[in-house]
Design a binder for this molecule. Structure first.
Ligand SMILES: CC(C)(COP(=O)(O)OP(=O)(O)OC[C@H]1O[C@@H](n2cnc3c(N)ncnc32)[C@H](O)[C@@H]1OP(=O)(O)O)[C@@H](O)C(=O)NCCC(=O)NCCS
Length: 165
Protein backbone atom coordinates (compact mmCIF):
# COMPACT_ATOMS: atom_id res chain seq x y z
CA UNK A 1 0.00 0.00 0.00
CA UNK A 2 1.35 3.38 -1.03
CA UNK A 3 0.38 6.22 1.32
CA UNK A 4 1.62 9.52 2.74
CA UNK A 5 3.96 9.12 5.71
CA UNK A 6 2.59 9.65 9.20
CA UNK A 7 4.53 10.83 12.29
CA UNK A 8 4.50 7.23 13.56
CA UNK A 9 6.57 6.16 10.51
CA UNK A 10 9.57 8.27 11.53
CA UNK A 11 11.52 5.58 13.38
CA UNK A 12 11.03 3.02 10.61
CA UNK A 13 12.01 5.61 8.00
CA UNK A 14 15.24 6.31 9.87
CA UNK A 15 16.10 2.62 10.19
CA UNK A 16 15.22 1.82 6.57
CA UNK A 17 17.31 4.76 5.36
CA UNK A 18 20.34 3.53 7.30
CA UNK A 19 19.88 0.04 5.89
CA UNK A 20 19.47 1.15 2.27
CA UNK A 21 22.20 3.78 2.43
CA UNK A 22 24.76 1.41 3.90
CA UNK A 23 23.83 -1.35 1.49
CA UNK A 24 24.25 1.05 -1.44
CA UNK A 25 27.37 2.96 -0.41
CA UNK A 26 29.25 1.00 2.28
CA UNK A 27 30.35 -1.59 -0.27
CA UNK A 28 33.80 -2.02 1.28
CA UNK A 29 32.52 -2.31 4.84
CA UNK A 30 32.12 0.39 7.46
CA UNK A 31 34.43 3.24 8.31
CA UNK A 32 33.91 6.11 10.69
CA UNK A 33 32.83 8.70 8.12
CA UNK A 34 30.07 6.40 6.85
CA UNK A 35 28.87 5.37 10.31
CA UNK A 36 28.85 8.97 11.54
CA UNK A 37 26.93 10.09 8.48
CA UNK A 38 24.10 7.57 8.75
CA UNK A 39 23.73 7.92 12.53
CA UNK A 40 23.48 11.71 12.40
CA UNK A 41 21.58 12.11 9.13
CA UNK A 42 18.91 9.42 9.53
CA UNK A 43 17.29 9.97 12.91
CA UNK A 44 13.70 9.59 14.05
CA UNK A 45 13.59 13.27 15.03
CA UNK A 46 14.73 14.37 11.56
CA UNK A 47 12.05 12.28 9.89
CA UNK A 48 9.37 13.54 12.26
CA UNK A 49 10.33 17.08 11.31
CA UNK A 50 10.41 16.21 7.62
CA UNK A 51 6.98 14.58 7.65
CA UNK A 52 5.55 17.71 9.28
CA UNK A 53 7.25 20.20 6.94
CA UNK A 54 4.97 21.60 4.22
CA UNK A 55 7.94 21.90 1.85
CA UNK A 56 8.32 18.12 1.89
CA UNK A 57 6.06 15.25 0.96
CA UNK A 58 7.07 11.79 2.13
CA UNK A 59 5.33 8.80 0.55
CA UNK A 60 5.79 5.31 1.93
CA UNK A 61 5.20 1.81 0.60
CA UNK A 62 3.90 -0.54 3.26
CA UNK A 63 3.63 -4.31 2.82
CA UNK A 64 1.90 -6.45 5.46
CA UNK A 65 2.39 -3.73 8.07
CA UNK A 66 6.09 -3.25 7.25
CA UNK A 67 7.81 -0.25 5.68
CA UNK A 68 9.65 -1.41 2.54
CA UNK A 69 10.34 1.82 0.66
CA UNK A 70 9.77 5.54 0.57
CA UNK A 71 10.17 8.69 -1.48
CA UNK A 72 10.77 12.23 -0.25
CA UNK A 73 9.86 15.23 -2.41
CA UNK A 74 11.18 18.73 -1.80
CA UNK A 75 8.95 21.47 -3.23
CA UNK A 76 11.33 24.30 -2.36
CA UNK A 77 14.53 23.32 -4.16
CA UNK A 78 13.82 24.51 -7.69
CA UNK A 79 16.26 24.19 -10.57
CA UNK A 80 15.90 25.62 -14.03
CA UNK A 81 14.99 22.18 -15.42
CA UNK A 82 12.28 21.30 -12.89
CA UNK A 83 10.73 22.84 -9.84
CA UNK A 84 10.38 19.76 -7.62
CA UNK A 85 13.28 17.67 -6.31
CA UNK A 86 13.00 13.97 -5.73
CA UNK A 87 15.23 14.17 -2.67
CA UNK A 88 15.15 10.45 -1.81
CA UNK A 89 13.89 7.21 -3.33
CA UNK A 90 14.79 4.15 -1.27
CA UNK A 91 13.49 0.60 -1.58
CA UNK A 92 14.68 -2.12 0.77
CA UNK A 93 16.90 -4.57 -1.09
CA UNK A 94 14.61 -7.54 -0.34
CA UNK A 95 11.87 -5.74 -2.29
CA UNK A 96 13.97 -4.42 -5.21
CA UNK A 97 12.92 -5.23 -8.78
CA UNK A 98 9.23 -5.59 -7.94
CA UNK A 99 8.01 -2.30 -9.29
CA UNK A 100 7.95 -0.45 -5.95
CA UNK A 101 10.48 2.19 -7.04
CA UNK A 102 8.53 2.80 -10.26
CA UNK A 103 5.26 3.11 -8.35
CA UNK A 104 6.72 5.55 -5.83
CA UNK A 105 8.19 7.58 -8.69
CA UNK A 106 4.85 7.70 -10.51
CA UNK A 107 3.15 8.83 -7.28
CA UNK A 108 5.79 11.54 -6.85
CA UNK A 109 5.19 12.86 -10.38
CA UNK A 110 1.47 12.95 -9.62
CA UNK A 111 2.13 14.86 -6.36
CA UNK A 112 4.23 17.38 -8.28
CA UNK A 113 1.52 17.75 -10.90
CA UNK A 114 -1.17 18.30 -8.27
CA UNK A 115 0.84 20.79 -6.25
CA UNK A 116 2.72 22.66 -8.98
CA UNK A 117 0.71 21.88 -12.11
CA UNK A 118 3.61 19.98 -13.68
CA UNK A 119 4.93 16.43 -13.10
CA UNK A 120 8.56 17.29 -13.87
CA UNK A 121 11.16 16.18 -11.32
CA UNK A 122 14.89 16.56 -10.83
CA UNK A 123 17.27 14.62 -8.61
CA UNK A 124 20.94 14.10 -7.88
CA UNK A 125 22.58 10.71 -7.80
CA UNK A 126 26.09 9.50 -6.99
CA UNK A 127 27.90 8.98 -10.29
CA UNK A 128 28.89 5.42 -9.37
CA UNK A 129 25.39 4.37 -8.37
CA UNK A 130 24.95 2.54 -11.67
CA UNK A 131 21.81 0.66 -10.79
CA UNK A 132 19.95 3.81 -9.76
CA UNK A 133 21.19 5.71 -12.81
CA UNK A 134 20.03 2.90 -15.13
CA UNK A 135 16.68 2.82 -13.31
CA UNK A 136 16.18 6.58 -13.71
CA UNK A 137 17.23 6.50 -17.38
CA UNK A 138 14.68 3.77 -18.05
CA UNK A 139 12.13 5.96 -16.29
CA UNK A 140 12.77 8.80 -18.73
CA UNK A 141 15.31 10.89 -16.81
CA UNK A 142 18.20 12.49 -18.67
CA UNK A 143 21.43 13.97 -17.38
CA UNK A 144 21.54 17.73 -17.19
CA UNK A 145 24.53 18.48 -14.99
CA UNK A 146 26.79 17.39 -12.17
CA UNK A 147 28.39 18.78 -9.03
CA UNK A 148 31.36 17.72 -6.95
CA UNK A 149 31.04 17.18 -3.21
CA UNK A 150 33.34 16.19 -0.37
CA UNK A 151 32.70 13.22 1.84
CA UNK A 152 35.05 11.75 4.42
CA UNK A 153 37.93 13.83 3.07
CA UNK A 154 37.45 12.59 -0.51
CA UNK A 155 36.09 14.31 -3.61
CA UNK A 156 33.07 12.70 -5.26
CA UNK A 157 30.64 13.57 -8.03
CA UNK A 158 26.85 13.64 -8.18
CA UNK A 159 24.96 13.68 -11.47
CA UNK A 160 21.86 15.78 -11.88
CA UNK A 161 19.03 14.09 -13.75
CA UNK A 162 15.67 15.49 -14.75
CA UNK A 163 12.51 14.17 -16.31
CA UNK A 164 10.63 16.77 -18.30
CA UNK A 165 7.12 16.39 -19.65
C1 LIG B 1 16.94 2.45 -7.51
C2 LIG B 1 15.75 1.88 -6.75
C3 LIG B 1 14.96 3.02 -6.09
C4 LIG B 1 14.84 1.15 -7.72
O1 LIG B 1 13.72 0.64 -7.00
P1 LIG B 1 13.03 -0.75 -7.40
O2 LIG B 1 11.84 -0.91 -6.54
O3 LIG B 1 14.03 -1.82 -7.42
O4 LIG B 1 12.59 -0.38 -8.89
P2 LIG B 1 11.55 -1.18 -9.79
O5 LIG B 1 11.32 -2.55 -9.29
O6 LIG B 1 10.37 -0.30 -9.98
O7 LIG B 1 12.36 -1.21 -11.14
C5 LIG B 1 13.60 -1.93 -11.19
C6 LIG B 1 13.57 -2.85 -12.36
O8 LIG B 1 12.75 -3.95 -12.07
C7 LIG B 1 11.84 -4.17 -13.15
N1 LIG B 1 10.64 -4.80 -12.59
C8 LIG B 1 10.66 -6.01 -12.06
N2 LIG B 1 9.45 -6.34 -11.63
C9 LIG B 1 8.63 -5.31 -11.87
C10 LIG B 1 7.26 -5.07 -11.65
N3 LIG B 1 6.47 -5.98 -11.06
N4 LIG B 1 6.76 -3.89 -12.02
C11 LIG B 1 7.54 -2.97 -12.58
N5 LIG B 1 8.86 -3.15 -12.82
C12 LIG B 1 9.40 -4.32 -12.48
C13 LIG B 1 11.65 -2.84 -13.77
O9 LIG B 1 11.37 -2.96 -15.15
C14 LIG B 1 12.99 -2.18 -13.58
O10 LIG B 1 13.84 -2.43 -14.62
P3 LIG B 1 14.72 -1.22 -15.20
O11 LIG B 1 15.51 -0.62 -14.06
O12 LIG B 1 15.55 -1.89 -16.22
O13 LIG B 1 13.72 -0.26 -15.73
C15 LIG B 1 16.19 0.84 -5.69
O14 LIG B 1 16.99 -0.12 -6.29
C16 LIG B 1 16.93 1.44 -4.50
O15 LIG B 1 16.32 1.85 -3.53
N6 LIG B 1 18.28 1.43 -4.56
C17 LIG B 1 19.11 1.82 -3.44
C18 LIG B 1 18.97 3.27 -3.09
C19 LIG B 1 19.26 4.17 -4.25
O16 LIG B 1 20.28 4.03 -4.91
N7 LIG B 1 18.34 5.10 -4.48
C20 LIG B 1 18.50 6.10 -5.51
C21 LIG B 1 19.51 7.09 -5.04
S1 LIG B 1 19.31 8.62 -5.89
Amino acid sequence: MLRPARPGDARNLAALSIQVWLHTYATEGLREALATFVLTEFTEARFQQRIAEPRHRVLVEERAGHLVGYADLDFEAPRKEARVELATLYVQEHFAGRGIGSQLLAACAEEARQRCGCPDLWLSVYHRNERAIAFYRNQGFTECGSFPFEFGGERHLNLILARLS
